[in-house]
Design a protein around this ligand. Structure first.
Ligand SMILES: Nc1ncnc2c1ncn2[C@@H]1O[C@H](COP(=O)(O)OP(=O)(O)OP(=O)(O)O)[C@@H](O)[C@H]1O
Ligand SMILES: [Mg+2]
Length: 199
């Protein structure tokens, strides 16, 4: 079982979109997928239910629930091939706990937003997690790409400074992205992301 933690302490960076797209994609490819939503607003769970994607999606409150124990149980049950964890904004504990149970961490960072300004906070959690879990593979995913080349290069340079590998695959800025929530995920760029993180 592979655990994908989708996290960034910065809000609105694209965590939920990445979670739902990748989980759906993996399930379409025959993987047995579960989604854990640590965000109290339950956006991933709501989307998956509203769109009728047929994926088990569970909300989890890390203040009450034992994420580490939960993941250990899922690993030993062996019912899932891939588990995706969506995390809340502005919650360093949830970010760190997620990183500590993940095999792959995806950190979406938006171009032309204030995402890079707060990247240091997430970077510190990733570095703490790597000390305790050296097998963790963290990747930055540049989101809202391909509309402002100069700003994209700036974002790329800021991301590179963290030392966290930056994925070649990017998610372009989409005018109709807001409307995607609650629908079947269709952004085909996540297929490239999937391929790259599982290469
Ligand atoms: N590539 C994109 N192009 C256009 N809009 C996007 C893109 N990615 C995300 N958005 C929009 O940005 C907003 C935030 O996206 P999303 O909910 O996935 O981020 P999040 O990191 O989960 O946010 P939160 O921290 O609040 O949970 C949404 O309204 C979404 O539609
Ligand atoms: Mg979210």
């Amino acid at each position: 079982m592979r655990v994908y933690g989708i996290t960034n302490v910065k809000g609105g960076s694209g965590k939920t979109h990445a979670t739902v797209h990748l989980a759906y994609l993996a399930s379409q490819r025959g993987e047995r997928v579960a989604v854990l939503d640590l965000d109290p607003t339950r956006q991933s769970v709501n989307w998956i239910e509203l769109a009728g994607l047929g994926l088990p999606a569970m909300p989890l409150d890390i203040k009450q629930d034992d994420l580490e124990g939960y993941i250990a149980q899922l690993r030993s049950d062996g019912d899932f091939d891939a588990v995706f964890i969506d995390t809340p904004a502005n919650d360093r504990d949830a970010t760190l706990e997620t990183l500590l149970v993940s095999d792959v961490a995806l950190i979406p960072v938006g171009v032309g937003t204030s995402d890079t300004g707060m990247l240091g906070t997430t970077e510190r959690q990733v570095k703490r997690a790597l000390q305790l879990r050296p097998s963790l593979k963290p990747y930055i995913l540049i989101n809202r790409a391909r509309f402002a080349p100069a700003r994209e290069r700036e974002t790329e340079a800021e991301c590179a400074k963290t030392g966290i590998p930056v994925l070649q695959s990017r998610i372009p800025l989409r005018g109709n992205y807001q409307a995607a929530a609650g629908k079947t995920p269709t952004d085909e760029h996540y297929a490239e992301v999937w391929q790259e993180v599982n290469a």
